[in-house]
Every structure is written in structure tokens, then in C-alpha cells.
Design a binder for this molecule. Sequence first.
Ligand code: BES
Ligand code: MN
Ligand code: ZN
Length: 492
Amino acid sequence: MEIRATNTAQLDWTGDTLAVGLFEDAVELTGDLASLDQKLDGTIKELIEETEFKGSVSATAACRVGANSSIRKIILIGLGKKNALSLDSLRKSAAAIARTAKQQNSKTLAISLPVVNNDPALTAQGITEGILLALHLDNRFKSEPEDKGAKLEQVELLGLGDQEAAVRRAKAISDGVILARELVAAPANTVTAITLAETAEEIASQWGLSLEILEKEDCEKLGMGAFLGVAQASDLPPKFIHLTYKPEGTAKRKVAIVGKGLTFDSGGLNIKGSGSGIETMKMDMGGAAATLGAAKAIAQLKPNVEVHFISAATENMISGHAMHPGDILTASNGKTIEVNNTDAEGRLTLADALVFAEKLEVDAIVDLATLTGACIVALGNDIGGLWTADEALAAQLKAASEVAGEQFWQMPLEEKYFEGLKSPIADMKNTGPRAGGSITAALFLKQFVKETAWAHLDIAGPVWADKESGCNNAGATGFPVRTLVNWVLSDV
Ligand code: BES
Ligand code: MN
Ligand code: ZN
């Protein structure tokens, strides 16, 4: 499928299906749309009346137009209220158009949507992301897929001028989101730490990034007792992945992105019971998946920023050599941890990954993790939690997430709650009380970053969607690849 932006006007486009946006407060036909309606013998007016189309957000209506016209079908898409138009609402409108065009078996499609923020490039980027992400179809595990995918061959974004760079950016970002989705959706018997390391290897060799994989012995030498404690019950080898993108010339900044990479979380001996969602725990590597997704996009977009992509990948299993609840582990910064709950394993793996990241002397570290059920309780399934003591970094990440259309809410790094992690025998416990569970998790991680600007993103909710919505399909979402890429690309 080819997507390009052009200067063609609605009236002049010839092809299969034309999609036009209508605001909720202006469904009457004026200007170009009135001329188009006239050209189509009143079909648009009739469609609006027949379907009682009101222009509410993402409402769609479609019909066949007269045989002698320059187009075969028309799709109307509701844009909501004019003053509420945003990049993300356009991205979602584009997703709804793409889904409708797929149902209509359209081969060529033209999309006519308003320019947002006076920025045709950003508009083209958002629309392209919406199309590509909505049409992404994962049939890898179906022997005979019933959904054969869209028949679209060509999509033209009308009236935006030539936006080659913006479309290319959207494609790279969508590539990254789709990689993350496919890694998360794949079950734990197909995606293991070995697979994550191989995926990093593919990105490295395709795009010229450097890759360092630390094997178990290497991690032992570095004293990564927290990570290895989690890994010790698995029959599969752990892999500590460190993928590096370096721009040509001197980088204007240097950052690290650290993703939790638990390819399965059984809970360990504090095993997750039935009804706990244990069967969904293949998605516990959502942080690592988004880290690799961001790497794939950034490798293509080549920003002037050095980026380290890191994940301590393993699975949390049970066996005769599993951690006992109560075991004391020593992390690579020398801190000792009483494991009062083996199911709080993500923070143990991240502890060593954060220590490793800080040694790289980066300007900022962002970790992302499906860390706590408590964060889902606090913010629901659509919003990620953001913790940082660095308000400048918070502002950067919020701005990036706004452009991405991925929601975060800043949560308190309330030092007082560290009380809950005090251990009588070791430096800290890995689990605090139930109340404020996502905050104590963040405070635990904070113990492993000394002085680098650091932010923690808890993405336990939004990595997975039960239903299709916006440009997410049901299943893995690829959250928050778009935020990470925008953050790296932004001029801070
Ligand atoms: N991977 C889970 C968190 C999670 C829960 C992600 C639900 C996605 C959906 C994490 O390792 C975990 O088990 N956390 C425990 C922590 C508790 C033992 C302190 C939790 O949230 O219950
Ligand atoms: Mn767990
Ligand atoms: Zn986990």
C-alpha cells in the first residue's frame, strides 16, 4: 500500500473511494463540499439525511455514488466539534476511514481532512499513522485466517502538499509500533528472552546499530544478583540486551530507554492464582517490546541523539531452583533486597538494568514497565503512570505523549511511602503494602538511579486493549512507542 500527500482538491480526485471529514457543528454543505455534492447529484446530502449523520467523533457513513462520476464511493467521517479538533482526533478519524474503506473493499482511497495546528506535515503524519495502525492485521497464529486484510493499494491525502518526510516518519513510527504489538501478542512459547535478543540482532544488522548481549555469566560478573534471582528458575537463558543507536557526528544528547522484559510472569513461588490473569502474562515484556519498537523507528529516522535501548530479559518461573520468598539478593550497585514477594519481579530486573544504564553516563533515563496491577487500579486501562523527580523531563515526556496521542498521568514520588519498603534484615524489601502499590514500586526503582535525570512509566494497563478503539485493534497496542520516538525526536 502506497500513501502520499498531494495538493489535489476533493473535486479533482478520480478513483475508487473519497473520504471527507465533517464537523459536528457544520454538517451543512458549504464551499468545496457543496460543489462536490452538486457534482455527485446530491448524494452527500442524501447520505447525511438518510443516516442521520451528525458529525460526531469517528461516526462514519458510506455509500455508492452514481455510475458516471469520477469516484465510486464516498465515506463521511465525523470530526466532532471544530474547536476540539486535535492531532489525535485526526489520527482516530483516519483509523475509522481506513476501517470503513477496508469493509468497502476499496482499492484506491483519497482522504480529505482539515489541517491541524496549521501544520500540514504533522497532519499528514497523524493521518498516516492512523491508517497504518488501524489496518495492521496479525494473522501469524491462524492456520486459515478469516480476515484477509484490506485491499487498499493507494491512499492519497488531499490538500496537504507534498509531505514525503512526514509520511516517511509516520511509516517508521508505525513500523516500530507494529513490531512492539507483534512481540507482545506472541505467546511465551514463541517469544522468549532469546527471541528478544534475536529481534535486537535483526534491528542492529538491518540498520547498522551496535548490539551487546550479556549472557548469564556476563551478568554474574557485573553482580546483577537482582536480575539473575528472577531468572534462576527458568530453563531458558536470560539475555541482557543493550542496543545502541549512535548518530553520525556528535550527538546533541545521550539517553537510555530501559524496558521490562518478562516474557512470562508466573509470579514465581508467590504464584499468580486462577483469576489473576496469569494467562495474559505474555505481555509482561511490553516495556522491552516498546523499547525495541522505538529502536526500529529511531534507527530509520536517524535523529541527532545517541540512544541506548536496554532490557534485562527473562521469564519469572517456578522450579526446584526458584527464589524462595524471603531470599536476599544483592543488586549490581551493592544494595541488598529482601524478596518478600517473588511476584514483584519486574522491579528486580529493572534495578540492575537501571544501574547499567546510569554507568553509560547518559543525560536521561526513561524506564517503561508493565510493573503493577496497582497502576491499572489507579489509572485504568488507557492511561500510563509517569513518575519523575525531574520536572523538565516530565514536561518533555508529556509533550511527546500529547503528540503521540498516548495518555500519561504524572503520579507522586512520595518519599514518605518508602517506609513501606523498609526491611529489618536487608537494605529494602521488594514489596510494600497494598495501598499505593504503584508508588512504592517507583520508589524501589529510584534506589537504583543515583544522579541521572530519570523517569519511570508504568504501562501495565495500556499495553493491551480488550476492544478495538481509535487506531488500536483488539490486543497488543504497541504503547508507548510513539511517545518514546517523539521524545527522542523532539528538540529539548
Ligand atoms: N507483571 C505484573 C504487573 C501486572 C499486573 C501487569 C497486571 C499487567 C497486568 C507484576 O510483575 C506483578 O505481578 N505485580 C504485582 C506486585 C505485587 C506483588 C506487589 C501486582 O501488581 O500485583
Ligand atoms: Mn509479577
Ligand atoms: Zn511482572
